[in-house]
Design a protein around this ligand. Structure first.
Ligand code: 4AD
Length: 457
């Protein structure tokens, strides 16, 4: 029924083993191939069995006809069964639809040893689709990850992480790998995970920042992509207990240099990510309105944000008008970001509501040279600042915050042996993805989310 002109020469003996899609997104039209994958979907039509095969690189419609469709295995085929199919790649006939506009006309197949997937009551479709409540789906995340929507975010995540590495290399940052087990806090005691370290108290790191700062004198500008841990005691759609923290630290810079670097990095990462046609297609599917943010990003001082919130009648957490000194809560921050509807650098937060290490603004010592980058739909994605470079000031900051300086001796030493104007930031990868892929929650932007009440699977 297909025009013979579509059919390319057979190589009976040695068909090439191929993935279901090449890196550039193209297929293998017109060749005889051998493919491996799992049954994503199957559909029987008269004497023809249509199988959509999935291998993590793509989807391929396979057409089994004649005796091939009549075997016991074909008649009892279950979803997720792992198999190998031989055949020729054809273009789909006009009017028909298949992934990448092609189909494999099978002449032989093998069910992979042990590859048969459970059927009946235990079939994956019964497990995953029938009971759709959020907690059950999270219990079954090892299976839901096989779905098209869930895995699309993971593909984008892989591309974004790679794009950060590439961008940092273009900017000549060196990658380092600071420890996860530490004895110092960075972002306040309230969210520390404590554990017993051979009889001593230790914590899971909240941020690698302090360690990155120690690398500047030897390595120049540095970055890391590591896990950070926060014992967040509230359940929100943007807080995880374990998240991937992309952090960079830059030496001999001004606060303006820092802001410029952050926006250039974000835009370059997006350019690299979108330059992959497969990834760009996933993003457009999930976030059809996606637009490359325009540079420069909007810059807004904290004090102006407080005024803005007052003018727009957005109250603080006590239900009262915002006033200078208030922590801008998640809900208010998001409403403001959604109304302004573009990336915002919110800068110059008061000393009292920010971390101990932040440099004060020389023009107004009530505030710090600090920045949060806010994105529509999610809110804060980046937190950064210039760092206190003066020894005495840092000692005063420990005291103000009630921090024992003793375990910080190595951090303090940076101010003793050749201090420098420097600063950096941390970006939450899951929040960045929630924004880019328009996901309701960061929980859908990591492989196996960890948050209060969940540490499984
Ligand atoms: O604003 P934060 O707490 O800043 C720091 O940790 C700095 N020491 C980073 C630095 O300057 N090197 O966190 C930075 C970012 C936030 O903007 C957010 O995107 C993410 O980390 N983040 C979380 N993401 C998911 N779950 C959580 N519980 C998060 N806490 C922070």
């Amino acid at each position: 029924s297909l025009p013979m002109s579509e059919k390319i020469k057979l190589d009976e003996k040695d068909p090439v083993k191929v993935k279901l899609r090449k890196a550039d997104g193209s297929g293998d039209k017109g060749t005889r191939v051998r493919v491996h994958g799992r049954v994503h979907r199957e559909r029987k039509q008269k004497d023809v069995l249509f199988i959509t095969l999935r291998d993590g690189y793509g989807f391929l419609q396979c057409v089994l006809t004649g005796d091939l469709a009549r075997t016991y295995d074909a008649l009892t085929l279950t979803r997720e069964t792992s198999m190998e199919i031989f055949g020729e790649m054809w273009e789909v006939p006009a009017g028909a639809h298949a992934p990448d506009n092609r189909e494999l006309h099978a002449d032989y197949y093998i069910i992979t040893r042990k590859g048969k997937a459970a059927g009946g009551e235990d079939a994956i479709t019964n497990k995953v689709q029938a009971k759709g409540d959020v907690q059950t789906l999270l219990d079954l995340r090892h299976l839901t990850l096989r779905g098209e929507k869930v895995s699309a975010v993971m593909f984008v995540r892989d591309a974004v992480e790679f794009a950060f590495h590439q961008t940092y290399k273009e900017h000549r940052l060196r990658k380092v790998s600071p420890p996860a087990l530490v004895q110092t806090q960075v972002e306040g005691g309230a969210t520390l995970f404590k554990f017993d370290y051979y009889g001593e108290e230790a914590f899971l790191t909240q941020s690698s920042q302090l360690y990155l700062e120690t690398c500047l004198p030897s390595m120049g500008d540095v970055y890391c992509i590591e896990k950070s841990f926060r014992a967040e005691k509230s359940l929100t759609r943007r807080h995880l207990s374990e998240y991937t923290h992309i952090e960079a630290e830059l030496d001999y810079i001004t606060f303006d240099n820092l802001l410029d670097h952050i926006e250039r990095t974000v835009v370059r990462v997006l350019e690299i990510t979108m330059s992959d046609p497969v990834i760009a297609a996933y993003i457009k599917e999930m976030n059809p309105e996606f637009q490359m943010p325009e540079m420069p990003f909007k810059r807004m001082k904290y004090s102006d944000a407080i005024e803005w919130l007052k003018e727009h009648n957005i109250p603080n957490e006590e239900g009262e008008p915002h006033k200078f000194g208030d922590d801008i809560a998640e809900a208010a921050e998001r409403r403001m970001t959604d109304i302004i509807n573009r990336p915002i650098f919110l800068t110059h937060f008061p000393v009292e509501i920010k971390a101990f290490y932040m440099q004060k603004d020389p023009n107004d010592t009530r505030v710090t040279e600090s920045v949060d980058m806010l994105m529509p739909g999610v809110g804060e994605i980046v937190g950064g600042s210039m760092r206190m470079d003066d020894y005495d000031e840092l000692m005063g900051a420990y005291e103000r915050e009630g921090i024992d300086p003793e375990p910080y001796y190595w951090y303090t030493d940076q101010r003793k042996y050749g201090s420098s104007p420097h600063g950096g930031y941390g970006l939450g990868l899951e929040r960045f993805l929630a924004w880019l892929c328009k996901q309701h929650t960061v929980r859908d932007c990591c492989l196996y989310p960890r948050y209060m009440g969940r540490c499984t699977p």
